[in-house]
Design a binder for this molecule. Structure first.
Ligand SMILES: [Zn+2]
Length: 211
């Protein structure tokens, strides 16, 4: 997920952050490990089909997660799915604020989005962006709460939940691993607008050219 999200929210919490260090849920990755890789963009087949379930919780998986964090930070994103660096595997990473100014950091392997009881479905229609649709932003209504179950890199079960912008991120990244981009959830007209924005902009990070 791209980073130009909630400048209003960031502004809301400016004062809190000036007086207290922002709360962090999760652990910052070791940035001495891993290498940033270029980002795949809409049209690349790896983004448009369901990725493979991870079955090997080994050193390769750890190395992939290291590369994913590096790639996400290099592109100034707040979330990244493995197929966004061309890898066909169900893994995403995130370093994303929620609407209360809490910073969430982590990874989920084989994520599955929990169904929400309809009573909890409050839609939020903030703007959304994606590193794989560079320079485009469109409003998209999504539930303002989400929970994902899956595994960590060692195969232990994990559950991650969040609200506000972080809920959006969890939904967005899980969608990626099932072959969906946020623009696939837009009206035809909004999708066209997003693709036009992308055509007119220049990404500030390395991308994989489409054939
Ligand atoms: Zn994305």
């Amino acid at each position: 997920m791209a980073d130009e999200h909630d400048h209003e929210h960031a502004h809301d919490h400016e004062q809190d952050e000036a007086t207290a260090a922002p709360k962090v849920v999760g652990e910052e990755p070791d940035l001495s490990k891993g290498t940033a890789r270029p980002i795949t963009v809409v049209g690349n087949p790896v983004l448009h089909r369901e990725t493979r379930t991870v079955t090997a919780f080994d050193a390769d998986l750890s190395a992939l997660i290291d590369d994913m964090f590096q790639s996400m930070y290099a592109a100034e994103g707040v979330g990244l799915a493995a197929n966004q660096i061309g890898v066909d595997a169900k893994v995403f990473v995130y370093d994303c604020p929620d609407d209360e100014g809490v910073r969430h950091i982590g990874h989920v392997v084989n994520p599955v989005l929990e169904d929400l009881p309809s009573a909890r479905r409050v839609l939020d229609d903030s703007p959304e962006g994606c590193l794989s649709v560079p320079t485009a932003y469109m409003e998209l209504a999504r539930p303002d709460f989400a929970a994902v179950t899956g595994q960590d890199k060692d195969g232990n079960p994990v559950r991650v939940e969040g609200s506000g912008f972080f809920a959006r991120c969890l939904q967005h990244e899980t969608d990626h691993l099932y072959g969906y981009l946020y623009i696939d959830r837009l009206s035809k007209r909004d999708r066209k607008d997003a693709l036009r924005q992308m055509a007119e902009g220049t990404p500030r990070y390395a991308t994989v050219p489409n054939e």
